[in-house]
Structure formats: C-alpha cells, structure tokens
Design a protein around this ligand. Sequence first.
Ligand code: CAA
Length: 379
Amino acid sequence: MDFNLSEEQLMIQQAARDFAQNELLPGVIERDRDQKFPTEQVKKMGEMGLLGMMVDPKYGGAGMDSVSYVLAMEEIAKIDASAAVVMSVNNSLVCAGLEKFASEEQKVKYLTPLASGQVIGAFALSEPEAGSDATSQKTTAEDKGDYYLLNGIKNWITNGGTASYYIVIAQTDPEKKHKGINAFIVERGWEGFEIGPKEDKLGIRGSDTHSLIFNNVKIPKGNRIGEDGFGFNFAMAVLNGGRIGIASQALGIASGAYELALKYAKTRKAFKTEIINHQAIAFKLADMATQITAARMLCFKAATEKDAGKDISESGAMAKLYASQVAMDTTIEAVQIHGGYGYVKEYHVERLMRDAKITQIYEGTSEIQKIVISRSIAK
Ligand code: CAA
C-alpha cells in the first residue's frame, strides 16, 4: 500500500475541506436541532462530483479512486456527519451497486442522474424484523409475468424521504431462502409506494430517515438488478463497499472531535497553565491521535484493495468495526476535555458524540462486522 497521496488526491481533500468549512459549517447546529436536510448543500456536493465519486464519467460520475473517496468523506464528516451519510449511501450503496451490477439500460436511465447528483438514491434492505438477519426478508415481490408486485415495509431508510430512486431488496421465492431474494429499482411516486414519517433520531439528525411502505407496487421486469435470485449476493457485495464509506464517516467524526479538543486544550487554562500541559489531558489526545491514524490506515487499506479488485469483505469490515469504535471513544473524550462547554451545543462535540453512535449500528452492526471478519479469517 502506498501512503503517499497523489497531487490529485490532495486536491480533492482540500476541495472537500473548503466546502465543509464554507458551506456545511454554517447552519450545522440548526440543521441538527431542527432535523433539517441539507438540501442546498447536497445539491452543491452533486455539482462537485461528490455524489458519484468513483463512477465512470460516461455515466455522470467523477471517475476518482476509492482513496480519494475516503479523504473526501473524512473532511465532510468532520463538519457534518449527516451530509456525509447522504454522500456515503449515494456513492457506495446506490451508485456502486448499479455501476457494477445493473444492465446498460438501467445505468443510462438511473445511474447517470444519480452519479451526477441530479437526484439522490436510497438502499432499502432493513425491515422491522430483518436488520442484522438480512435473509429473513418479509417484503415480497411476486412474479406476475410482465411485472413484480411489491408488498411490505422497509425501516430506517437513509435518504428515505428525499430520494428519487430506491434499490429495494425483496423475497421472490421464500422456499429458496437467500437464493429467492431479488433487488429492484423502484421509483418514487409509483402507485402504492408510500413514505412513512421521518424518524426522530439521536444523531445524524440532518439526514433523512424514513420507513417505506409498499402496497401492491408494480415493478416492471426490466427493473430487477441481475439474474433471478441474485438480490442477497448483490446486497452483500454492495454492503462490503458501503462499509468503507461508513468507516470513513466514522473517521471524520473522530478527527473532527479530536481537532476541536486539541484546539481547546491548547487555549483553555486550568491550574495556571493550558490544559494540554496536564498529562491527564495530553494522554487522552495522544490516544485519540494514535487511534485515528490507525483507523485512517484501515480505511486506506480497504479502499486500495477495492480499487485493485480484491475481496474487501474482511478489510471493509475491519475498517468499519475499528473506525466506529474510535469515533465513539474519541467523541466521548472530546466532550470530557471540553468539560461543561462540551455539553452544550455551540461547541459541536456533543453533536459529534451523538452522531458517532450510529456508525456502530448501520450497514452492519459491530457484532455483524465481527461475524464477517471471524468467518473470513477462519476460512
Ligand atoms: N460479501 C459477499 N458475500 C457474502 C458476504 C459478504 N460479506 N456475506 C455473506 N455473503 C454471501 C455468502 O457467500 C452466501 O452466498 P452463496 O450462497 O452464493 O455462497 C450468501 O451471502 C449467504 O451467506 P451466509 O449463509 O453467510 O448468510 P447469513 O444468513 O449467515 O448472514 C451476514 C450473513 C453476514 C450476517 C449478513 O446477513 C449481513 O451482512 N447482515 C447485516 C446486514 C446489514 O449490514 N444491514 C444493514 C442495512 S443497510 C443500511 O444500514 C443502509 C443505510 O441506510 C445506511
């Protein structure tokens, strides 16, 4: 693995950093308070190529590598973890899945507007009774000849209320277990497709999380992704890459909290000196810096392996497992270093602490990552 970033990668990192400072930081506290989706900012992210970063330019993407994606995600998440998850889902779950597995016709129709940021997408796998146990899908898509008839409920869908296109995983033949699952592209506005109320969340409150209700929705045959029965393998393959996105989001949350804590520790005085001169504080910062660097290396490793076409189930899971733990630990300590100030909203660290928790839950809980890693190393 080459640790020297190229000129182009450094430029992308700087562009994302500038964008986050200038466009995401203003209003981030209010968007968190009001659960307000960053509509204008996401539009600009699309114009900058941040919503289809790794997609071939012939399908509207920016044609960049996955390390650039990690760098940009970290910068965006440092300032606004909600905008970062919108970016992660659109890039890694929706665009990457379509680019790799969709038909040419589907790519032209759906991938191009999604990768160029004209619209955003969502990925609907989780259900009220099927989160970690993803093969237990209750949503059904019955083969009716010319079309499939979709019925069921999806839960906790990121971009659920703002997406135009949804990748929906559903059971087509329960007898066949995971080989009887398919993935479909469903358009917002189709008859029988209803979007449930917005979830009132602990963190990433600027992102838009809804349940989706399908009541006899007709899906044209041409909107199935891949061969019949490919849906579960599709979801697993897509989630492997998605975990790099969430690991990078977690990395950004951690490094954002660390930078704020370091700055504070260098200026805040207690017992006649800046608090960084107290070993109790300095050692916390030393641990944070070490863990963040290790998390970044795991993200780079998984991203480099992805671009080399290697199996990233293990490296993606390791990056997500570790970076999300670092996000949680670092943000808790950042609040602690800030003392009473850390507990109020204007210092940002309490928001980052709330935002961190979800990175241990979505796109596979930490426990699921350990299943993936342990099965891989046992092979
Ligand atoms: N990569 C590629 N393929 C995989 C895989 C992986 N990481 N894990 C499993 N598979 C494949 C297996 O090879 C097998 O395929 P074949 O039969 O063709 O060989 C098939 O999937 C079934 O595998 P298992 O028998 O191992 O399946 P299982 O029932 O034991 O479950 C699991 C495996 C890893 C636990 C899986 O269910 C899982 O990953 N669960 C977590 C789901 C998840 O991440 N949900 C998050 C929701 S999406 C979200 O959060 C989005 C958002 O909005 C932010």
